[in-house]
Design a binder for this molecule. Sequence first.
Ligand SMILES: *Cc1c(COP(=O)(O)O)cnc(C)c1O
Length: 473
Amino acid sequence: MKTIFEKSNGVDGILLGNCVKSCECISSKYLRQGNIGLPQLSELEVMRHYKELSDRNFCIEKGFYPLGSCTMKYNPKVNELLASLEGFTNLHPLLNDDDSQGALELMYRLQEALKTITGMQAVSLQPCAGAHGELSGMMVIKKYFEVKNEKRTKVLVPDSAHGTNPASAKMCGFEIIQIKSNERGQVDIENLKTNLDNNVAAIMMTNPNTLGLFEENVLEISKLMHDNGSLLYYDGANFNAVMGYTNPYIMGFDVVHLNLHKTFATPHGGGGPGAGPICVTEELKEYLPSPVIDFDGEKYYRNYNLKHSIGKVKAFFGNFGVLVKAYAYILMMGNNLKKASADAVLNANYIKEKLKGTYLLPYDEPCMHEFVLSGDWQKEMGVNTIGIAKRLMDYGIHPPTVYFPLIVHEAIMIEPTESESKAVLDNFIDVMLKIADEIKENPDFVMESPHTAPVKRVDETLAARHPDLKYNE
Ligand SMILES: *Cc1c(COP(=O)(O)O)cnc(C)c1O
């Protein structure tokens, strides 16, 4: 496919007339003389160009997208409709509270809903991604100990954690202590105890963890941490597994982030806008990023008056459009959020049981909303996990998350979500079993995939270091 510059054929898509040339107010020496070099095509050709580009983009609307840890669920179109209501899109962020009552009320109600869902006591909607929520949450924890005049320098992070966890803690100046997982993929309590001293500010945990396993000892861990005067941070990226069944407050966590763009059905991928609200206990309420949205019985207002607030972490209201979509989704689902989690867990276990035996399942336990296979057996036959992932593209399926979590060799992390029908799951299972057969018969053919995608195998390292963004036919 050619770039729009290469397609340029000299046709004027838009006629601006002589308005600039004839303008007397700008001296001719400031007017551009030469050709600016913009592509010239008719409006229809421009439209076809971008349609062709968008057709090449794989998205949840196009096919199955079992990207582990990312919760690529269906994003109902009604959410988009509501977020594009004029009253929201035309609202200027610098308007005062009196003139933004509707938007503030929506934010307030979303805060209340998230409190119910997480069990926590206070919420800030400002952070604009999970990682941003982690950073804000760790800043809250840091400030909490500063105010208490306690010098705590270390943060514990399990070896199964998402890379953003240690990165966020490190950005707040903490030293990272890695905690081992045991042979069942759970946090190793003995290893945790060995590393626990009065320099430890917090532990960052994901539950269910990135292996898709529920941390069975979470209550013992939260007691150990609190007895030590330390706090617990909950990475809520996997919240889709537990909605309505349990919550981080019951588990003993102090700070939580949610990924609204994962669990609460707002589209994501390609770096698009997200929202990573943080929810905290009563004790940490005054440390939240400001403003939070409050209600005085008559009026909704932005409350900047938090005694120990870490300050603002995002301009204006955060990613407001994402908040509208998440709120719409929560209202639409109601108590069915619980059913969504149940179905997400059922779907993951169904695929897991069908694929184990053909692919190595290193932690053979009932899983939550996702599970992790290893491509080790296939690697012995000459095809690594990248080969399997690329071959899936030939069958119209987005590859799962691969090579994460780091504690599984050749990891293949599969998260089907609740939105998919049994037929879609069965097709995925059939394709995965077929690829395993293909690997036995003709590993080279699989290693050369994708065979049907517009871009074939690339040198991954070269592509990352020296991206050549121009596609050559
Ligand atoms: C996605 C994810 C994050 C980071 O969230 P972003 O919204 O992508 O910044 C953190 N932890 C886990 C386990 C995740 O899956």
